[in-house]
Design a protein. Structure first.
Length: 344
């Protein structure tokens, strides 16, 4: 339930002395839980974030649900964790608290007192609450940071100055541990909430990705997270499973059903537009990772787009369909490689 904000409207410029008596909390931290007022106050300062290689702000593009504000969690040294203020953000709904977002805009004339623009009331995105990215800490060391995706739940203000700038060129970054860490954090969150149908699928997807990464690591392969920034966009595509050595990108699914397969197909085709332009001594390979073998028409659908399949077989291992011919014998299909499901 949204918390009333007497006297505050989106766009109001306030000091902490104005804010805390009304919404609760105290001090000067970026994340201020206010138990007595059932709020969590979030203060964003782009100048501070830029020191560590990140910037909070609105995505320039709305998705199918609406606008998203990205907010980087607390922790200046080492990997950020889902504890303290970061836990307060993630768990705000289950504890009946409302997120209130403020952006630093300057100082009171003639003093060092900071002022903050009130942006509005928010909640964590139910579908994709956060992403794990790499940034520098205050000592200049690489570390993982938590980037929350926040959605407004009432009136809000969207200033151009608070909107992220589109990437001038397409680029990608490789993160060594971010993918597995993101899956671990999602698993931790699911343990604290009632399980829904969507969460069951995500749990299967995460477990499958962990099992596959373990298998690849045992074989001497290194799997990393690939973060793709697209030209003229502030949105990013994030893939947890990328083998840089053989230039293979995997998109795991929570099932082998049509909806899961077509969603994975769309993600991979989107990524291919950008990744195929990158210089690599190996051709780009795209694979869907599934918990069971998809039915024949879905295998052929992927084959027509040059996308292979890795699926978990009955023994708990993985079998692979590589690019070859379709099950009906036409071009652009699959060649079965170690595929017990079709061995008869």
């Amino acid at each position: 339930m949204a918390t009333p904000t007497p006297g505050f409207q989106p766009g109001d410029v306030l000091t902490r002395a104005d804010i805390h008596p009304v919404l609760g909390g105290s001090g000067y931290a970026g994340i201020c839980p206010a138990k007595e007022k059932r709020n969590v106050l979030l203060f964003s300062d782009s100048k501070v974030g830029e020191r560590y290689g990140y910037r909070d702000g609105w995505l320039a593009e709305d998705d199918d649900i609406g606008p998203v504000f990205t907010y980087t969690g607390a922790g200046k040294r080492g990997n950020q964790t889902l504890s303290g203020g970061n836990a307060a953000i993630l768990e705000h709904a289950t504890k009946g608290r409302t997120l209130h977002l403020f952006v630093a805009v300057g100082k009171v004339p003639g003093s060092d007192t900071r002022t903050h623009r009130y942006i509005g009331q928010f909640k964590v995105d139910d579908r994709n609450p956060f992403e794990i990215r790499e940034a520098k800490d205050e000592l200049g060391h690489d570390r993982n940071v938590i980037v929350f995706r926040l959605r407004p739940i009432g009136p809000c203000i969207r200033e151009a100055s608070d909107t992220l700038q589109p990437a001038p060129t397409s680029r990608f970054r490789l993160h060594r541990t971010a993918g597995r860490l993101a899956r671990a954090y999602r698993r931790q969150r699911r343990q604290q909430q009632p399980i829904s149908g969507d969460q069951v699928g995500m749990a299967t997807r995460d477990d499958l990705a962990d099992a596959f990464e373990d298998r690849e690591a045992a074989a001497g392969e290194t799997i990393v997270q690939l973060e793709l920034s697209m030209r003229n966009s502030t949105s990013q595509l994030v893939f947890d499973l990328y083998n840089q050595t053989n230039n293979t990108l995997y998109e795991p699914t929570g099932s082998a059903a049509s909806e899961s397969i077509t969603q994975a197909l769309a993600q991979l085709l989107h990524a291919r537009r950008y990744l195929r332009r990158l210089s690599h001594d190996q051709p780009l390979h795209l694979m869907v990772l599934t918990p069971t073998l998809p039915r024949e028409d879905l295998r052929d659908l992927l084959a027509e787009h040059g996308i292979g399949i890795v699926y978990q077989n009955d023994s708990g291992g993985f079998s692979e369909f590589g690019a070859g011919t379709t099950t009906s014998g036409s071009a652009f299909g699959f060649r079965c490689t170690d595929c017990p499901a079709l061995a008869s």
